[in-house]
Design a protein around this ligand. Structure first.
Ligand SMILES: *Cc1c(COP(=O)(O)O)cnc(C)c1O
Length: 344
C-alpha cells in the first residue's frame, strides 16, 4: 500500500517536519551546545522556561531522557518516588528509573491515570531508617495510558501543597501539557507554577522531529546538565533541532485544537456503531481508545492494518488512536466507515 493511503494513528510522534519548519531548521544559527554556545538551543531553552514561568530550561533528545534526567536530578539511588501505576515514566521508559536512576516507585492505582492528594498522602513513607525515603511525586498531564485525560487544577494544587508540607519534589511529565492547555484554556505557566520541574515534548503534537525540554530553578537545571551528559544526551550543533522546536511553538501550537476535534469526531462516530466500544464522554484531548466487543485488541489492530489503518492494541479489548497534524477529517470518517464494516 502506498504510504499516503495509510492512516497512521499509532502516535502523535509520526508527524513529519512541515516546509516552514525545515526552512527554519536550515536557517538556524548553531554552535557547540555541550560547550554552551549554540544560540538556537539557548533561545529554545529560554523560550520554554519563559512559557512555563521557570528560571531555566534544558534541551534533551527525547521525552524519556527528559523525565529520567529529572528523576535522577531530584533523587539519589535508593530513594522512592510516588506515581500512578500506568504512568509513562514507569511503564514505557524501559525500566530506566531503576536502571539509570536507582530509584523505586510506589505505584498508585489511578482513575484514567489520575491520582488524588489523599492517595499520594497515604503513600508517603514515615521517616524511619529501615524504609525507603520518599523524595519525589510525578504527575502526568495529559495522561497517555489513561486516554489523554486532564488533571483538575485544584487537585494539582492540593498535591503540590501536600508535597511542600512533606518536603517532597513534584515533577510534571508534561509530554502533552500543550494539549492540556488547548483543552482547558489555561496557560502553560498556570500548570507549571505548582511543580518544581516540568518536562515537555516538542516531537508529539507540536510536530518537531526531535526534542524535549525540562524546566526548573537555575540550580536544579545546573545539576540536571551533568546527568544529561552522563545519560548521553549532550549534543553538539543541536540548534538545527532546537530551531524546529521554536518554529513548532510559534506556528503549530494553536492548531492542536484540530486534533482534539478529530478525536471527538472519531469517538462520537464510533459510539454510534452497535458492538463498538467507545466512550466519547472520556475523550478530552487527542487520544481515543476503542474496540469491538468480544474481540481482542490485537485481532482488531491486525484487521485495521489490512485496511490501511495503523494503531496499537494497548488494552485487552481496546486499541489506541492518537490524532495529529498529519490527519484529515476525511481520514477520520474513513476509519469510522471501516469499523462499521468490521462490526457488521
Ligand atoms: C511520549 C511520552 C514521553 C516521552 O517519550 P519519548 O518517545 O521518549 O520522546 C514521556 N511521557 C509521556 C506521557 C509520553 O506520552
Amino acid at each position: 500500500m502506498h504510504a499516503d493511503a495509510l492512516i497512521d494513528l499509532r502516535s502523535d510522534t509520526v508527524t513529519k517536519p512541515t516546509p516552514g519548519m525545515l526552512k527554519a531548521m536550515m536557517a538556524a544559527e548553531v554552535g557547540d551546545d555541550v560547550l554552551g554556545d549554540d544560540p538556537a538551543v539557548l533561545a529554545l531553552q529560554e523560550k520554554v522556561a519563559d512559557l512555563l514561568g521557570k528560571e531555566a530550561g534544558l534541551f534533551l533528545p527525547s521525552g524519556t531522557m527528559a523525565n529520567q534526567v529529572a528523576i535522577r536530578t531530584h533523587t539519589e539511588p535508593g530513594d522512592e518516588l510516588i506515581m500512578e501505576a500506568t504512568g509513562h515514566t514507569f511503564l514505557y521508559e524501559t525500566g530506566a528509573m531503576a536502571g539509570l536512576c536507582g530509584v523505586q516507585a510506589s505505584l498508585i492505582a489511578g482513575t484514567r491515570g489520575l491520582i488524588t492528594a489523599a492517595q499520594v498522602k497515604s503513600a508517603i513513607r514515615p521517616r524511619q531508617t529501615y524504609v525507603p525515603p520518599t523524595k519525589l511525586v510525578i504527575l502526568e498531564n495529559t495522561h497517555n495510558h489513561g486516554g489523554g485525560t486532564l488533571y483538575d487544577l485544584d487537585e494539582i494544587k492540593n498535591i503540590s501543597a501536600l508535597c511542600k508540607d512533606h518536603g517532597l519534589a513534584l515533577h510534571l511529565d508534561g509530554a502533552r501539557l500543550w494539549n492540556a492547555c488547548i483543552a482547558t484554556g489555561l496557560a502553560p505557566k498556570e500548570y507549571a507554577l505548582h511543580f518544581d520541574s516540568v518536562s515537555v515534548c516538542l516531537s508529539k503534537g507540536l510536530g518537531a522531529p526531535v526534542g524535549s525540554v525540562i524546566v526548573g530553578s537555575q540550580s536544579w537545571i545546573d545539576r540536571a546538565k551533568r546527568f544529561r551528559k552522563m545519560f548521553g544526551g549532550g549534543m553538539r550543533q543541536a540548534g538545527f533541532l532546537a530551531a524546529a522546536g521554536i518554529y513548532a511553538l510559534d506556528h503549530q501550537f494553536a492548531r492542536l485544537a484540530d486534533d482534539h476535534a478529530h478525536a471527538r469526531r472519531l469517538s462520537e462516530g464510533l459510539s454510534r456503531i452497535p458492538g463498538v466500544i467507545a466512550e466519547p464522554e472520556h475523550v478530552q484531548t487527542n487520544i481515543v481508545f476503542f474496540g469491538l466487543r468480544g474481540k481482542p485488541a490485537s485481532w482488531l489492530s491486525d484487521e485495521l492494518k489490512k485496511r490501511g489503518v495503523l494503531l496499537f492494541p494497548l488494552r485487552h479489548e481496546e486499541v489506541r488512536a492518537v490524532t495529529h497534524m498529519g490527519l484529515s477529517g476525511q481520514q477520520i470518517d474513513r476509519v469510522i466507515q471501516i469499523m462499521q464494516d468490521l462490526a457488521s
